[in-house]
Design a protein around this ligand. Structure first.
Ligand code: NAP
Length: 527
């Protein structure tokens, strides 16, 4: 049942006077539940509980934490229809998407559970002592990764389950041994509270400390800012706009003790289409890209917002085919009136730029909160000269840039802001014949795709979801997959520490049987 209250550790609390409701964009009405924004006192309490919980949680075994994560997954599934219906009523997204995202969320929790049950992820590294080394003896030094402390997670508007309350950031932080305080996203506060209730139930069932998880309501930037500035908070995870991510990053950097902010922000995901591919597969490429641009009403951080090619008859035909195909697609609902408002505003801003041609803009009537998809095209020179055209238009919109030649194409790619993905569409030996294009693209992105679409982020260990700024604030880390756990830990060394006082991961007898780097050899043997 949705109460509209905050979870401060295991307790529900609603001391504030500011309230708000979520919105059903399909029905264009407010949903029934009323949520109470957390007060400063409640924020303090959540952080104090998280700091206390960190003491036992930081050394809780991988197996116990895995039980917690698996129980969260079970409890999320047990929410069943109530969760799915709430998700749909707060997003306008269809039931199939809700179920798919729930599956992804549960899968992420279970994959972190598997990782920490096995245990080798702590990168245990041991260099045994050399008392006889000349000219001076060498100490016994042992290193592993340890958790940072309480983490604040800002949920994403476009992924109410997989990148929100119990999403990737939370699962990774809990797996690492960090208590989590979620700043619930106001657009899906009910979905967030239901998932929070599943986490609290799981925490109680598996005897996790009170404060290992809190869920804080707010609609407005004040509460999030207070959380990031709180001295008890040691790291931040964020998914959303560049403006929001950058503001929080700056706040964290200005603290007396600066803390890391891992923000996954905007991206226009350039797609480079080479001439042979255009010649051989023009129509099928147009169809595929019309689908990718409109998938989820374009509300994906990997949406292909920029298509690049060299001026030719093939590229002109592609623009025409893409425009014809995209207009055939039925418009769909966006997440919230604010999101559609931002889409319409940003689309109009892009469309009104000089020397830009609109080749498709869905004209028939659409329901309230449904987005009209659009395609525009410009010459390479115009694109280079106008930074407004480089900005993300979050929604079903894409611009095709017709470059003068390959040199201009390379110049445009090289000067793009950092991106989550880059895609190369090529036939036969085109990719190997264009090393300079591939190299320029690789330099600007976190993931490069060959003959595919950027939408659809597989959750697996080899996935990189992150990239040079501003697609993320730290391109050394991924926000998706088990390696995202590394955002919430720091390396720590023991020098000449007694074997019996070392954590199990570093003991001579290797009681966990994990893989370790011992004197430069990877092994699971005892010492
Ligand atoms: P957002 O505006 O960046 O907000 C995300 C979260 O951060 C919200 O909980 C918000 O709190 C909080 N926040 C934002 N700015 C803050 C600040 N200065 N101080 C403290 N907290 C702050 O993103 P959104 O709500 O998900 O969507 C809005 C727009 O972001 C979209 O229209 C789209 O342009 C973009 N977006 C991009 C991606 C992407 O992956 N590229 C994904 C999602 C959204 P409040 O809501 O309570 O203010």
């Amino acid at each position: 049942m949705i109460t509209g209250k905050n979870y401060l550790g295991h307790q529900l609390s609603a001391k504030g006077s500011k309230t708000y409701q979520t919105f059903n964009p399909q029905l264009n009405i407010e949903n029934d539940s009323t949520f109470t924004e957390a007060t400063s006192e409640e924020i303090d309490e959540a952080v104090a509980l998280a700091s206390e919980a960190f003491k036992p949680f930081r050394t809780t075994s991988g197996k116990q934490k895995a039980k917690f994560l698996n129980t969260i997954a079970d409890e999320i599934l047990a929410l069943d229809d109530e969760l799915i219906q709430t998700y749909c009523s707060e997003t306008g997204l269809p039931e199939g998407r809700a179920k798919g995202e729930r599956g992804r969320t549960v899968g992420q929790l279970r994959s972190f559970a598997e990782l920490i049950t096995e245990g080798s992820w702590v990168e245990a590294t041991i260099d045994t002592a050399q008392p006889d080394r000349q000219p001076i003896s060498k100490s016994d030094i042992r290193k592993l990764l340890i958790p940072l402390g309480p983490v604040v997670v800002f949920g994403a508007s476009n992924f109410p389950l997989a990148y929100s309350t119990a999403g990737g950031d939370t699962a990774a932080a809990l797996a690492a041994g960090c208590p989590v305080i979620v700043k619930s996203h106001p657009m899906h506060a009910g979905t967030g509270e239901l998932v929070a209730s599943a986490i609290i139930k799981a925490a109680k069932k598996t005897n996790m400390p009170n404060g290992v998880f809190s869920n804080i309501n707010s609609s407005g930037i004040h509460v999030g800012g207070e959380l990031v500035k709180h001295s008890g908070v040691k790291a931040v995870g964020f998914t959303g706009s560049i403006k929001g991510g950058r503001a929080l990053y700056d706040l964290a950097a200005q603290r007396e003790e600066p803390i890391p902010v891992f923000a996954e922000m905007g991206s226009i995901n350039p797609v480079v289409i080479l001439p042979e591919a255009l010649k051989n597969r023009n129509e099928s490429l147009a169809k595929t890209y019309a689908g990718s641009i409109t998938l989820g009403t374009g509300q994906f951080c990997t949406n292909p917002g920029l298509l690049l090619g060299v001026k030719s008859e093939g590229l002109s035909n592609f623009v025409q085919n893409l425009s014809n195909e995209i207009i055939k697609i039925e418009p769909s609902c966006m997440l919230h009136p604010n999101i559609i408002g931002a889409y319409e505003h940003n689309k109009q801003k892009a469309i009104s730029q000089p020397r830009l041609t609109v080749t498709a803009d869905y004209e028939s009537d659409v329901q309230t909160n449904y987005a009209r998809q659009a395609i525009t095209t410009v010459e390479g020179k115009t694109f280079i000269e106008n930074p407004t055209l480089h900005q993300e238009v979050f929604g079903p919109y894409s611009i095709v840039v017709q470059c003068e030649n390959k040199t201009q194409l390379k110049t445009i790619i090289s000067n793009l802001e950092g991106q989550l993905t880059g895609t190369l569409i090529a036939d036969n030996d085109e990719a190997s014949n264009h090393p300079e294009i591939v190299s320029a693209l690789q330099n600007r992105v976190g993931r490069i795709i060959y003959n595919g679409v950027p939408t659809g982020v597989e959750v697996c260990p080899s996935m990189v979801h992150g990239g040079p700024y501003p697609s993320s604030t730290d391109s050394r880390f991924t926000a998706v997959g088990i390696h995202s756990i590394k955002r919430w830990v720091r390396p720590f060394s023991y020098q000449d520490w007694p074997n019996e006082l070392l954590p199990n991961e570093l003991k001579n007898e290797n009681p966990l049987g994990i893989s370790r780097l011992v004197n430069n050899k990877q092994t699971s043997d005892n010492i």
